[in-house]
Design a protein around this ligand. Structure first.
Ligand SMILES: NC(=O)C1=CN([C@@H]2O[C@H](COP(=O)(O)OP(=O)(O)OC[C@H]3O[C@@H](n4cnc5c(N)ncnc54)[C@H](OP(=O)(O)O)[C@@H]3O)[C@@H](O)[C@H]2O)C=CC1
Ligand SMILES: CC(=O)N[C@@H](CCC(=O)OP(=O)(O)O)C(=O)O
Length: 328
């Protein structure tokens, strides 16, 4: 199957190319970048030298010739591509935020009009696999909502309050340097940002509601001096207390058979480079603390996008995603 990656010079695009090297059915035939058109992919992604001879190209949306397309471009850019690609018959996963929320919610949260809206399944396979299967277009969840929602999902109905506190690596901000990601502003420090107003809160609330939860939901992200990973501590205040054994049994049952969810003490290093989400739980009765760890670029972006592609196309769900994490 021929695959195109739009936004291939970015971090998520680079991860798509890396992971797809081991996919048994997919071959990357198009890698786009406006700024790097004509240059070898390895000029931007030197770790991929010897794996791909592709050069970046810059086709118009209607001229992208592939069976499957990943949109790894910033939000508000993806909506310029999705419609034309679907009309041309391609199957598409969008990694941006453009199709994760209902139109009115998107416009309120992102503060821009949506110029080409249609509904798309929200591709968090462990919770919505049946909605993804066989679809032509799927919207890939945000990185924070992925780790947070997988942490809280088994207790969603029992929760009165869910408070997510996340620590993220700097690659979450993308490849464009900024004052926020400037080395002295990040190294040797930890910074809370968007304390009560991060745009991902809308997705988190949406997914709790989809699980039948009536919980009040809150979220504060922190930037920490690591390249990759999101560690989320979910403080789940229950309507009725639950003991440790009961909570552990609930999580074991909920995630039984899920290849990418491992119930063990979560650390960023144990999931780095992989599509795993590690989850640990500890109950003190009315509060359960659930910690999850993902790699923001893999389970939080490119890996989950490939997982969705596999489900859409009927391939093994872990095809292209069997690379072990690289501790430390
Ligand atoms: N980084 C992360 O951890 C995560 C990222 N995502 C999402 O994945 C997408 C890519 O993120 P990331 O890789 O970090 O971003 P980067 O900034 O690293 O890369 C963006 C890519 O998109 C291209 N691009 C930028 N603007 C446009 C445009 N208007 N039209 C076409 N191409 C464009 C860039 O190349 P060029 O400008 O040369 O065209 C580049 O290849 C975003 O939607 C992001 O929100 C989702 C989850 C996690
Ligand atoms: C460190 C950092 O800046 N992280 C980004 C989120 C990462 C991301 O890519 O968000 P989407 O999944 O919506 O694309 C942020 O806080 O906005």
């Amino acid at each position: 199957m021929d695959v195109a990656i739009v936004g291939a010079s970015g971090y998520a695009g680079g991860e798509l190319i890396r992971l797809l090297q081991t996919h048994s059915e997919a071959e990357v035939v198009t890698a786009t970048s406006r700024a790097l058109e004509g240059r070898p992919v390895s000029s931007q992604h030197p770790h991929l030298r010897g794996y791909t001879d592709l050069a970046f190209s810059n086709p118009a949306p209607g001229d992208i010739d592939a069976d499957f397309v990943f949109l790894a471009v910033p939000h508000t850019a993806a909506m310029n591509y999705a419609g034309a690609l679907l009309e041309g018959g391609a199957r598409v996963v969008d990694l941006s935020a453009d199709y994760r929320l209902p139109k009115a919610v998107f416009e309120a949260v992102y503060g821009v009009p949506h110029t080409d809206y249609f509904e798309a399944p929200y591709g968090i396979p462990e919770l919505r696999r049946d909605e993804v299967r066989g679809k032509q277009f799927v919207s890939n969840p945000g990185c924070f909502p992925t780790g947070a929602t997988l942490a809280a999902a088994p207790l969603a109905r029992q929760a009165a309050y869910v408070i997510y506190d996340s620590k993220t690596g700097v690659s979450g901000a993308g490849d464009n340097p900024s004052a926020t990601t400037h080395y002295p502003n990040v190294a040797d420090g930890v910074n809370a940002y968007k304390w009560t107003s991060h745009r991902h809160l809308a997705e988190m609330k949406q997914e709790l509601a989809a699980l039948g939860s009536s919980a009040h939901c809150f979220f504060t992200p922190h930037l920490v001096p690591v390249n990759r990973g999101i560690l989320t501590t979910a403080h789940i205040i229950l309507k009725e207390p639950m003991g440790q054994e009961e909570v552990e049994a609930l999580y074991r049952h909920f995630y039984q058979g899920e290849y990418f969810v491992r119930l063990q003490k979560p650390t960023l290093s144990a999931v780095r480079g992989s599509n795993f989400c590690d989850i640990g739980v500890e109950s003190e009765g009315e509060r359960v603390v659930v910690v999850s760890a993902i790699d923001n670029l893999v389970k939080g972006a490119a890996g989950q996008a490939i997982q969705n592609m596999n489900i859409m196309c009927g391939y093994a769900e872990n095809d292209g995603l069997k690379v072990p994490p690289c501790l430390p």
